[in-house]
Unconditional design. Structure first.
Length: 213
């Protein structure tokens, strides 16, 4: 459907006002809200995610595309809720205790929303027990821990240990990421997934949720 392609293209260019207008036009023309979301907004964000992964676009491009997506989803949210359309999964994300960096975390959160996931962002400098308590309270499937400092990356181990201590370790997929983190570190602390960049993190989270059914 042409209008959905146009929504996708406008989103990729970060044209929030155009996206808003076209989303409303599509709805007025009788296009189901779920189609507008999946074939318009999420399709566009998926293309941006792929380009970002291949270094064809950069952080500012992703940020303006995400802003355009938000403008469109605000119109769709009440309709999707009334139609019983749910997010395909729920993810908790935060930067670990002692670390105040949030650009990477915010980028991952946007990419995950672009995959149709609901993201609960608990901010920066988050202690391990708060990660676990918030994950239980919000009934998420994935816990994402971000760190940008070598001095704070061991806090990720504390999150895994807090989940074990609370007896809920098998309830959650724990994902780690950030500049000093790698696959070897992920395995050494008993986490489940490591992602090298925001687009990969979103793909891995979506795949993990799907695998869990």
């Amino acid at each position: 459907m042409e209008i959905l392609d146009l929504i996708s293209e406008a989103l990729q260019k970060g044209k929030a006002k155009d996206v808003k207008v076209m989303v409303q036009e599509a709805l007025d023309a009788g296009v189901p809200a779920s189609d507008v979301l999946n074939q318009g907004l999420l399709a566009g964000m998926g293309i941006i995610g792929g380009k970002f992964k291949n270094n064809e676009v950069y952080v500012p491009d992703v940020l303006i595309a995400a802003r355009a997506m938000k403008a469109g989803t605000e119109i769709l949210k009440p309709l999707l809720a009334s139609q019983g359309v749910k997010a395909s999964g729920k993810v908790l994300i935060g930067t670990v205790k002692g670390d105040l960096h949030d650009i990477g975390k915010n980028l991952v959160a946007m990419m995950m929303e672009g995959k149709g996931l609901e993201v609960i962002d608990i901010g920066t400098d988050v202690p391990a027990d708060k990660f676990v308590a918030a994950a239980i309270e919000n009934n998420v499937q994935v816990i994402c821990c971000s760190a940008l400092l070598t001095t704070t990356m061991n806090e990720m181990k504390a999150v895994v240990e807090a989940a074990v201590a609370a007896g809920v370790r098998n309830k959650f997929v724990i994902m780690v990421g950030g500049a000093p983190v790698n696959e070897t570190f992920c395995k050494s602390i008993g986490a489940d997934l490591y992602a090298p960049d925001a687009a990969s993190a979103a793909e891995a989270a979506a795949a993990a949720i799907k695998a869990r059914g």
